[in-house]
Design a protein around this ligand. Structure first.
Ligand code: NAP
Length: 338
């Protein structure tokens, strides 16, 4: 049975990837920062219908050298999803950049030393579509790279861009560029596997909780977590070695997401914003709110992502954004988070 080292198994995406791997018959060695999380992760996966007989855990920290060599032993593939994902940018951007870049170095160096067959790295649309001219209307593709010198580049965007660049450098220095695949998802929504809303579901959570009285004209390209997880698994063996796989179904303004939620969950209609906030008001509001301030550069900037490579890899269309939004809302309600 083929064993995969899956970093970040405790995360929103990591859990779905583990589920997809186990259901596809892989043996999974999942990494957590602290082994005290292992039982909870196992239980969550069992609740979601996985047979966890072939699941084991190792402790790995992106910021520490310990354990990486041993963790890779006996693994045919590396699937590296772990990286800090936050909404509020830290004062010191290295809090995000260091674990993202050095964690990628640790993971890929160990994978190369163990001669794994393929590395699949969770990168992001953040490494593709930022720092560009805001008037661009053409979809972003696998050929585009975020311009770190451009406007509106946050610490998170920088962390993902530098980490992916480093991954390609390391693989090509080892003459193994064709054994790396990066999955570059847009904003991931979809069903939560447990009661931790994490970072990804925050948009829908805040809307349903009534904490967004008026919606800023903030667009998000949305992709469903089930598609992103399936793409990671397919990339282990698919004919996509040496490529980047962008994945995002379509861009939605926050107000459109609110409209979808209102239609699907009429009981929550009174909580959802009924108006869009004009950009000038958002700019004033941002003077007092750090979260909004760090994303001001995105106000009104509608980006599209060419998901051809993801659809080719999956052999089908991506789950539509409406369904990803609805599934997020349904699981937030089911877990009594709203
Ligand atoms: P998440 O739920 O916060 O998961 C992040 C994972 O990374 C967790 O397992 C976390 O472990 C682990 N991690 C963070 N810092 C670590 C460290 N220093 N050492 C070891 N592990 C560490 O976020 P997610 O949404 O699933 O994101 C997973 C990946 O997808 C990330 O690479 C993210 O950049 C990428 N991505 C996410 C989105 C999105 O919209 N969600 C979009 C594009 C790309 P703990 O449980 O111990 O914290």
């Amino acid at each position: 049975m083929d064993r995969v080292l899956l970093t970040g198994i405790s995360g929103f995406l990591g859990g779905h990837v583990a589920l997809a791997l186990l259901k596809s018959g892989y043996s999974v060695r999942g990494s957590v920062r602290n082994l005290s999380k292992a039982d909870k992760v196992r239980q969550t996966l069992e609740n979601a219908g996985a047979d966890t007989t072939n699941l084991e855990f190792v402790a790995l920290d992106l910021n520490r050298d310990e354990g990486w060599k041993e963790a890779m032993e006996g693994c045919r593939y590396l699937l590296h999803t772990a990286s800090p994902f936050v909404l509020q940018m830290p004062e010191n951007k290295d809090e995000l950049i260091r674990p993202a870049v050095e964690g990628t170095e640790r993971a890929l160096t160990a994978a190369l030393a163990a001669n794994v067959e393929r590395v699949v790295l969770t990168s992001s649309m953040a490494a593709i579509a930022y720092g560009h001219d805001a008037s661009r209307t053409a979809p972003f593709t696998a050929a585009d790279w975020t311009d770190l010198e451009g406007r509106g580049v946050t610490a998170y965007v920088e962390s993902k861009t530098r980490a992916e660049r480093r991954a390609w450098e390391l693989m090509s220095a080892a003459g193994r560029q064709s054994d790396l695949v990066t999955i570059n998802p847009a904003g991931i929504l979809g069903p939560l596997l447990d009661e931790d809303p994490g970072t990804s579901a925050q948009i829908v959570l805040r809307l349903l909780n009534g904490t967004v009285p008026a919606a800023p004209r903030m667009p998000f390209v949305v992709v469903d977590v089930r598609d992103v997880a399936a793409a990671h698994v397919a990339a282990l063996t698919g004919e996509v070695g040496g490529t980047r796989v962008p994945a995002g179904e379509r861009p939605l303004f926050l107000f459109e997401i609110a409209g979808m939620l209102r239609k699907r969950f009429p009981h929550y209609a009174s909580k959802l914003p009924k108006i869009e906030m004009p950009d000038w008001a958002v700019r004033i509001y941002a003077l007092f709110d750090k979260d909004i301030r760090s994303n001001l550069g995105e106000l009104g900037v509608l980006k599209r992502l060419d998901s051809g490579p993801a659809e080719m890899l999956l052999g089908r269309k991506l789950i539509i954004a409406e369904d990803a939004v609805a599934a997020t809302g349904e699981s937030l309600i089911a877990h009594k988070l709203v």
